[in-house]
Write a protein that binds this ligand. Structure first.
Ligand SMILES: Nc1ncnc2c1ncn2[C@@H]1O[C@H](COP(=O)(O)OP(=O)(O)O)[C@@H](O)[C@H]1O
Ligand SMILES: [Mg+2]
Length: 398
């Protein structure tokens, strides 16, 4: 949907001199600095999928705002380009660019101006004015957008009656009135207190679930990034240091910088069953006979194994005791031996929701995908490791 290719931005130098400095070779940042410029964004490439909630994370000054402003060309790149839905934004006519900004890409900022003498409804409708839409329709659309952000009944109020969180909702509603395909949000919740912030994050996730917006969300808070992001792009000094899902970043930080960030994160909410599971050591299928399964278990000294049906779903669990009994009674069908002493969790369950379940049975916790297929197991030790261990040091997995 959005593809950024080698985006680079130098401030405070004429374009030609900026490009000359960039071409000088190894240390581009230094070359630009010595020429009197600022290399705000340095060769950043990424793509955002339709319906994705893509987070750009980094400390203040790392180039986040500059990157996202290049998407709709509020900032013109010094080098590189953006392709929006197949069209090169750099090659757009004025008219196309205006349409991109006014209709297709909505923006929400940390601080934005609400007009104090206008109602919340009129404030929300503000973005539609430029489109020559009749007033009645503008206000109707504003009401619909206010509804979407949980302010459905508050259109007649004035901004100064609103808390910070509610004002941000009005800002979000304003961005939603044009029904944009993409929402770009630059630290929209950073000025809010933690509780309000939390509820705004929930609201945003709901909004994305219901309306499948593509959202690019900027934050300097990794916890926030982890809570809402499908993928997170970590930036430092204008460059990408890591791009991946929250669990990927938390379990394999790319360098010491990301590692330090990650050590503050509540791992139990980020890690999921699929990120901590391992392949089952031994499994059996329903068509096997009890004796051969028992032999295999003795070899591996397992205390129990999962038995799957031909479709890959869990049929139950067998233990050496159950198998021996079946063999003694000449029962040849494994389906007659299985017990149900196990627990299965969906693969996207956060660790915090299943850690207490690990270790409750002779077999480790089962992890199933959305088709109920057994995809892995989580032994108790694995849960403890995941909670206790600081993320692996860079050197350790180098
Ligand atoms: N309009 C500008 N003129 C000059 N320098 C700028 C401008 N905008 C940003 N910068 C510089 O570019 C770098 C990146 O800034 P920014 O993209 O705002 O970072 P972030 O949003 O991550 O805080 C900083 O060093 C900042 O001072
Ligand atoms: Mg910024």
């Amino acid at each position: 949907m959005i593809e950024a290719r080698h985006l680079t931005k130098v401030f405070d130098l004429p374009p030609a001199r900026a490009r000359r400095a960039l071409d000088t070779g190894t240390d581009r940042g230094r070359a630009v600095r010595e020429a009197g410029g600022v290399l705000a964004v340095d060769d950043v490439s990424f793509s955002v999928q339709q319906g994705e909630l893509f987070v750009v994370m980094g400390l203040s000054g790392s180039g986040k705002s500059t990157v996202i402003r290049m998407i709709n060309r509020l900032v013109a790149p010094t080098a590189g380009n953006v392709v929006y839905d197949g069209t090169d934004v750099g090659g757009m006519t004025r008219q196309q660019l205006r349409e991109l900004r006014n209709k297709r890409v909505g923006m929400v900022f940390q601080h934005f101006a609400l007009f104090p003498h206008r109602t919340v409804r009129e404030n929300a409708a503000y973005g539609l004015k430029a489109r020559g839409m009749p007033r009645r329709e503008r206000l109707q659309r504003a009401d619909r957008a206010l509804e979407q952000v949980g302010l459905g009944q508050r259109g007649d109020a004035y901004p100064d009656e609103f808390s910070g969180g509610m004002k941000q909702r009005v800002g979000l509603a304003r961005a939603l009135t044009t029904d944009p395909d993409v929402l770009i949000m630059d630290e929209p919740f950073s000025a809010l207190d933690p509780l309000t912030r939390r509820s705004m994050q929930e609201q945003l996730l709901e909004l994305q679930r219901d309306f499948r917006k593509t959202i690019i969300f900027v934050t300097h808070d990794l916890n926030e990034a982890m809570r809402i992001g499908d993928r997170i792009m970590v930036m430092r000094d204008g460059r990408i240091v890591q791009l991946g899902t929250g669990p990927e970043i938390i379990s394999r930080p790319a360098d010491g910088y990301v590692h330090d960030f990650v050590s503050d994160v509540d791992r139990t909410r980020v890690l999921t069953a699929s990120t901590v599971m391992q392949p089952p050591w031994v499994t059996a299928t329903l068509d096997e006979d009890p004796a051969s399964v028992l032999a295999r278990m003795e070899e591996s000294r397992g205390r129990g194994v999962y038995v799957t049906d031909p479709g890959g779903e869990i049929a139950g669990v067998v233990t050496p005791a159950l198998l021996s009994e079946a063999i003694a009674e000449h029962r040849a069908d494994l389906g007659d031996c299985v017990g149900d002493d196990y627990t299965a969790v969906p693969d996207d369950t956060p660790l915090v929701e299943f850690c207490h379940l690990a270790g409750g049975h002779t077999v480790p916790l089962a992890v199933v995908d959305r088709n109920k297929h057994l995809v892995g197991v989580v032994p108790r030790a694995r849960v403890l490791d995941a909670i206790a261990s600081a993320p692996k040091d860079v050197n350790e997995h180098a």
